[in-house]
Write a protein that binds this ligand. Sequence first.
Ligand code: ATP
Length: 480
Amino acid sequence: METLLIIDDDVGLLENLQMHFEEILQDDTPRYNVVTATSAAMGLKAAQESMPSVVILDMMLPDRSGLEIIEEMKTLCGDARIILVTAHHDMETTIRAMKAGAFDYIHKPFPDPAALDLVVERALEYRQLSRRAASVNVENAAARLGDIVGTSPLMQQLVKEIGKVTSSHATVLINGESGTGKELFARVIHNYSYDEAKPFIGINCSAIVDTLLESELFGHEKGSFTGATSTKQGKFELAEDGTVFLDEIGDMSLMLQAKLLRVLQEREFERVGGVKRIKLRARVIAATHRTLSEEVATGRFREDLYQRLKVITLQIPPLRERREDIPLLVHHLLERINEKVHKRVLRVPPEVLEHLTRLPWRGNVRELENVLTRAVVLAPGEVLLGGDLPALEPSPLLPESGRTQASPGPLFTAPPVDDASQIPTLEEAERVLIQRAMAVTKGHKGKTCQILGISRPTLERKLQKYALSQPTTSSLGGQG
Ligand SMILES: Nc1ncnc2c1ncn2[C@@H]1O[C@H](COP(=O)(O)OP(=O)(O)OP(=O)(O)O)[C@@H](O)[C@H]1O
């Protein structure tokens, strides 16, 4: 039975929670073994003695703050997941706590019992996952949950989704701009899906000509075409009962899409030039930077294959939509880069970090990695200098906007400084910007997202919010 440690100085609340979590199940056993403590000191002692799986830790304790003891708690009972209880208004401490290694947080007053149960169950599930992964000798030791850096709500949500995805071996579609971490996510899903090491076989569908891609995927028999001097196994065979990662699936030809669909439906395939039916045992994870619904609309992607792939979709947000993750990422990437180039550039002055959080990052984490690599290589000492970083772009709202190519003219001319009534509200400005971008792209949502630097779901939300779903001029094609 899992042990829960609850630390709170409100004795009445402790009793209620204990009763709730010790509820007797049908087989006459309590749901959890609950241990309680009313101070930080008692909590740490109880942690050491009971080795809990989950700790529910109140932030405001009589002797010390919950935040202070997270670190100690983690040293005492290694993989216990810590759920922090904070006051509603205390977002800053909450963020600090998450950075210090808390697994999740809940606000007081407590949510309803079902929501509370869910948080605890999720914590247990994740603990289980990381335990399993720790005992697995996987092909790519680097791809662990901990390698996905980011504490933004968007990233946290995604990491939670991984938990669900690893419990089945269903096909997964990973969607996201170039450099957002699609392959990293695929590897993490793979590594957490199996108890033992299995092959992870990746192939980039956009980099190879059609006929070659076919034989790469399915293999070929000796003599099946000029140059086929021996029989060769394809990726689907080589992956055995592991994972085939089909990168840039949106670029696959219609002919191969049809073949792939058949393989996914029948779970069987033949080598090129062969007749023997080979069982597909591997799981397929596909990724693309394209919006497949748009590709379907324009006839470049098969609707039926899309329907089959999209059942489980992970949407990786672009870096500019989770800028709060940039400082953590910078430090994570610097460690990696230093190791690679044998340097020790570890200090990032606040103004340089601030600059890094404001760049547009159209190439996402990969671009950040490249920019940092260059800066590390050029740094004369241990400090990362700002001089080697790309310059900030001018604001799109100003007349001298660097994006004039995409926009027909300035959206708002700077008002005289003393005429505040001329300044639009942020919402008005946003509405006009979106309307303009939609007009410029003739209603193509993918291109609109690119210009505005937002993801597709964000655009959809805003179109709805501002009632802009309908084309605003007759020339809008609406193909997005
Ligand atoms: N959340 C993250 N935390 C840490 N590193 C990340 C994260 N996301 C991406 N990276 C790193 O950024 C680089 C690019 O990631 P990856 O190759 O997975 O992106 P991708 O979306 O598959 O790119 P492409 O579409 O261009 O193939 C890798 O070095 C990866 O480890």
